[in-house]
Design a protein around this ligand. Structure first.
Ligand SMILES: NC(=O)C1=CN([C@@H]2O[C@H](COP(=O)(O)OP(=O)(O)OC[C@H]3O[C@@H](n4cnc5c(N)ncnc54)[C@H](O)[C@@H]3O)[C@@H](O)[C@H]2O)C=CC1
Ligand SMILES: O=C(O)[C@@H]1CCC=N1
Length: 266
């Protein structure tokens, strides 16, 4: 399968490395399109496939085009590749917010899949939600799922609105986790730990807590109850979280991310 990745940034390179590592396609059939001919050497230095500087030669021959540029760059990209895309090609977009209908109309092509991955895809621990147009066959959907699965877990969703929601939960989610970790590291530093100690205490606590949760059938509430003794320290912290509206703040944050995803699509 000839794959063309357009946009060699965080996510585009993550896909290129994942496909190369798992041999889902040969190195020869893995291509990347740089933003301009001048940027070819920098992208080629990553040594994850053949790099092209203009779309004319590489777009028509691809079986699947992966759109991994920022949503704000999508209109300019559509302008440069619209006349080159063929109706039998699969277009897989991971751009936040950009609607399937927009891509379909701008590129004049029916087989469009929209996916929302996240950054832990870099280590094969990603989470990706995806959906496609009716014109994408079952076999093509499975083909795409096989590609996405090289970066972690996948879930197929029926409604495109669930892609915006997953953007707010799993797409942006790693940043929320780092935000909470950063706050706890700051608290540890205020209590006298060195930065290295604070980092160790917090990162191992997150890792252990998530692993424990993953290996059990218990809910977050169940695990909180196991940590929090009556009248103890955890209870004191949870009360302070409640007073500071931490839970509401996180829920409002996820809501703002979903609103922004919807807005990016307009
Ligand atoms: N970073 C993340 O955690 C996630 C990002 N996404 C989505 O993935 C997309 C890419 O995000 P990142 O990789 O983080 O951005 P990035 O800024 O690291 O990479 C985008 C790349 O696209 C290139 N580019 C721009 N216009 C181009 C064009 N016309 N032709 C070829 N290349 C072009 C830029 O030079 C840049 O290298 C975004 O749409 C974002 O919404 C989705 C899920 C997670
Ligand atoms: O912040 C963003 O817009 C992108 C989409 C999900 C993660 N990063």
């Amino acid at each position: 399968m000839k794959i063309l990745i357009i946009g060699g940034g965080n996510m585009g390179l993550t896909y290129a490395r994942s496909f190369a590592r798992t041999h889902v396609t040969s190195r020869l059939d893995l291509r990347l399109l740089a933003r301009s001919p001048e940027r070819v050497p920098a992208l080629a230095a990553h040594e994850v496939g053949t790099v092209w500087g203009t779309p004319q030669e590489c777009v028509p021959g691809a079986d699947i085009l992966i759109l991994a540029v920022k949503p704000q760059d999508s209109a300019a990209l559509f302008d440069t590749i619209a006349g080159l895309v063929q109706p039998q090609q699969l277009v897989l977009s991971i751009m936040a917010g950009v609607r399937i209908a927009t891509i379909r109309e701008a590129l004049g092509t029916p087989k469009v899949i929209r996916a929302m991955p996240n950054l832990p895809a870099q280590i094969g621990m990603g989470m990706t939600a995806f959906t496609g147009t009716d014109e994408v066959t079952r076999a093509e959907l499975v083909q795409v799922q096989n590609l996405l699965s090289t970066t972690g877990k996948t879930v197929y969703v029926e409604q495109e609105s669930a892609i915006d929601a997953s953007t707010a939960i799993s797409g942006s989610g790693p940043a929320y986790v780092y935000y909470c970790m950063g706050a706890l590291m700051d608290a540890a530093a205020h209590m006298g730990f060195s930065p290295a100690e604070a980092e160790l205490l917090v990162s191992q606590t997150f890792r252990g807590a998530v692993e424990l949760y993953s290996q059990s059938g218990l809910s977050c509430q169940d695990w909180i109850a196991k940590v929090a003794s009556k009248g103890g320290t955890t209870e004191a912290a949870l009360k302070a979280f409640g007073a500071g509206a931490v839970r509401e703040g996180l829920m409002a944050g996820a809501g703002a991310a979903r609103d922004r995803a919807e807005e990016l699509g307009k």
